[in-house]
Design a binder for this molecule. Structure first.
Ligand code: HEC
Length: 462
């Protein structure tokens, strides 16, 4: 056994590639200080979430904040638990990737061991200033909930329909909408549509219930109770609907593209309507006052963005059927062939608690595999829309393959059942319990145009 280790190490050195060599190369400065080395790393990679009103459990906005939490910080950066970025950066890089370099990780470790010198206060960068109430900055319009949603502390999932009515003096164009969760720990999934009312007809959409338990099969009554239907007796009874304009999942922020991409028209009279807001189980009664931040754009949309969903509720079948027997680790597959050239902008893999790994790529009719995303350690808490640095061209005739692996053993700390029991998709309605599973791969795209590969999708929030 003794001889084996050096032999393995030798193999490692022979086969290690450039990036691994680079890892060994950096040299740390002899004195590492907060002002010169550490503050810039923390402010860029940690403060956006670790500040009041955002997801982080404590603030990381000052020297004192960091000193206070240094042991934890050292641990979570060494283990790469923070910043949370489940996608494998060695497979694909994304536009707003938040991954510390090996150099940054080593800097933090050594600085902690050297008792955290502060350094020259003149060189200390100012703490970033954030707009409170939004991840992005001051929104052009905030739409509050009409009445807080009452959640019961009965330990079961809740599924609700919620409306956010608004009226504006003139039509606008929207670039993106940010859903800001109030009960951050409970909200699992939000998907909102835009209802636009014809000004020549009668309506009273501010009236009625502002939220209702998900109607499942009886939507007609529910829409009436929520005041969403027109109040005259002309057809159609419901206003026109633009689907999927607002999203939220744990850890999610909307992708922000430049003015050339995406956007939609906002009518004078409208409602953002959420048909199926999923709250996880709560032990205590509580109120939720989540709200919407709307960011306008100056010009009408040039290139609308579309979205497709593979797997659960999507256009492609899961094979085999998504049933994960107890004490098994099992992999599933889904695939779709693309019928015309498209440019993919972002992808969103989705699984629930016992998801373990996900891999997606496209095989074009000719040429190399197009890598889409790889997650080696799925974490229910971080379900991003991963936006590419540049649109990814998927030529006509390519097949997108997605593989998802689930771990239904007792060893999986996220397994909701002890002992493990069979987990599947439940009874086939849209209200999926957290303890059931999903296998979904969503991608946003636009029809391909020459030069798309050169468009930068990086936003200004780096
Ligand atoms: C995308 C938002 C986000 C970013 C970016 C982020 N954090 Fe966190 N952090 C969180 C959330 C949310 C939690 C709570 C996680 C939980 O309890 O599951 C957390 C937890 C932690 C914890 C506590 C872990 C524990 O179990 O006690 C530490 C320490 C931490 N973060 C440090 C950092 C550092 C250092 C950075 C930057 C290098 C960072 N975080 C970047 C959101 C973030």
């Amino acid at each position: 056994m003794r001889l084996k280790i050096p032999a393995l190490l030798l193999l490692f050195f022979i086969f290690s590639n450039c990036t691994e060599n680079k890892k060994q190369e950096f040299t740390l400065p002899s004195t590492i200080t907060w002002s010169e080395h550490i503050a810039p790393v923390i402010f860029k990679n940690c403060s956006p979430c670790h500040r009041p009103g955002e997801a982080g459990p404590f603030t990381l906005l000052s020297y004192a904040d960091v000193v206070k939490n240094i042991n934890k910080i050292k641990f979570v950066t060494q283990t790469k638990f923070m910043p949370p970025w489940p996608a494998d950066p060695n497979y694909v890089h994304f536009a707003d990737e938040r991954v510390l370099s090996e150099n940054d990780i080593a800097l933090i470790k050594k600085w902690a061991e050297d008792k955290m010198p502060r350094g020259d206060s003149l060189k200390e960068p100012a703490a970033p200033i954030f707009y409170s109430g939004s991840f992005f900055g001051k929104p052009d319009m905030v739409i509050k909930i009409q009445k807080p949603v009452q959640l019961k502390g009965n330990g079961t999932d809740a599924f609700l329909m919620i409306k956010y009515p608004f009226q504006i003096p003139e039509e606008k164009f929207v670039q993106y909408v940010e859903f800001v969760p109030d009960q951050r720990k409970l909200i699992h999934h939000v998907n909102g549509h835009l209802l636009s009312y014809d000004p020549n007809r009668k309506f009273n959409y501010f009236a009625g219930e502002s939220s209702l338990a998900d109607a499942r099969d009886n939507f007609k009554d529910a829409y009436q109770k929520m005041g969403l239907t027109y109040t005259d007796d002309k057809k159609p009874e419901l206003p026109s609907l633009l689907p999927n304009v607002v999203y939220y999942l744990p850890g999610y922020h909307p992708p922000v593209y430049n003015e050339d991409i995406g956007g939609f028209k906002l009518p004078k009279n409208g409602v953002f309507f959420f048909k199926n807001v999923h709250y996880g189980p709560s032990k205590e009664d509580c109120l939720d006052s989540s709200y919407l931040n709307v960011f306008f754009r100056k010009s009408p949309p040039k290139r609308p963005v579309f979205e497709t969903q593979m797997g659960t509720f999507g256009i492609s079948k899961i094979e085999p059927e998504l049933i994960i027997p107890p004490n098994e680790i099992k992999t599933f597959h889904t695939q779709v062939t693309i019928q015309s050239d498209i440019s993919i902008l972002s992808v969103n893999p989705h699984m629930h608690l016992i998801g373990k790994k996900i891999l997606a790529y496209a095989l074009p009719p000719q040429g190399d595999t197009i890598k889409l995303v790889k997650i080696n350690k799925w974490d229910f808490r971080w379900q991003y829309y991963y936006t590419y640095n540049n649109p990814v061209k998927i030529p006509k005739g390519s097949t997108i393959h997605v593989y998802g692996t689930y771990d239904n053993t007792a060893k999986n700390p996220f397994n909701p059942f002890h002992p493990p029991r069979q987990i599947d998709q439940g009874v086939g309605n849209e209200s999926m319990q957290t303890t059931e599973e999903m296998f979904q791969f969503i991608f946003t795209y636009m029809p391909y145009k020459d030069g798309d590969e050169k468009i930068s999708l990086r936003n200004n929030f780096d």
